[in-house]
Design a protein around this ligand. Sequence first.
Ligand code: DX5
Ligand code: ZN
Length: 221
Amino acid sequence: MAQPVIIGPSILSADFLRLGEQLTELEAAGADYIHFDVMDGAFVPNISVGLPVLEATRRGTSLPIDVHLMIVNPDAWVEAFADAGADSVTFHIEATPHAHRVAQTIRAKGKGVGIAINPSTPLAAVAEMLPFVDQVLVMTINPGFGGQTLINEMLGKITRMREMMDRINPSCRLQVDGGVNDQTIGKVVAAGACSIVAGSYTFNPSRTIAESIAALRAGYQ
Ligand code: DX5
Ligand code: ZN
C-alpha cells in the first residue's frame, strides 16, 4: 500500500530573524514536519546551524523535527541532537564506517533513524542498513546548499531504492532532499518518494508559506 506523502520544509532557507513566526506559519500551512539541516564545514563545504538553534526550534513548534546531519563523525553527535529536540536523526552513510552503531545509538534514545545517501553513492552502500532504519534519504543534489537544481538522474535511483526497500523493509519511508519545487515534486513522488523536503521553494518571498505548501501539494495530486 502506498505510503502517504508528507512534506517537510527545510528551515535552512528560513529567515532566522523571524524563525518563531515562520514556524507558526508552517504549522498553520499544514507542513507535516520540520527538516533541520546541520552542516559542519567538513562533510559539506558549508556551515549551518547546530544545537542551540535546534533547542529554540523545539520550543517554537509542536511539529516533528527531522534532523539531517551533514557532518563527519556522527557517532559523536547523535545523542546530543536527540537530546536537543530531534524526533528523528538522519546521518550519512558516507560519514561513518559504523552506521549500524550510530543507528543503535539513535534508537536507544527513542528517536526515528534515518540514513542518507549522496548522489554518487551506490544504493548497495545502504542495503545492509535497511532493516535498522525508518527512513532512507536519497539526496537529489550534492548536500551543502539550498536552492540547487534537482539532478534528474536521481529519479531512477529513487525507484530502484524503493524497490530494494519494498523487499527488505516495506514500511521504511523514502525521503528526497534537494531541488524540490512545484514542478519537480510530481516526478519524485511518481518515482517512489513519500517524504519530501523543500527549502528554498517553501521560503520564497514572492509567495506566502501557505501558498508554497499548497502549490507543492497540488504538484503531486
Ligand atoms: C542541502 C540540504 C537541504 C536543503 C534543500 O544540503 O540538505 O535540506 O535545504 O534546499 P532546496 O529545497 O532549496 O533544494
Ligand atoms: Zn537536508
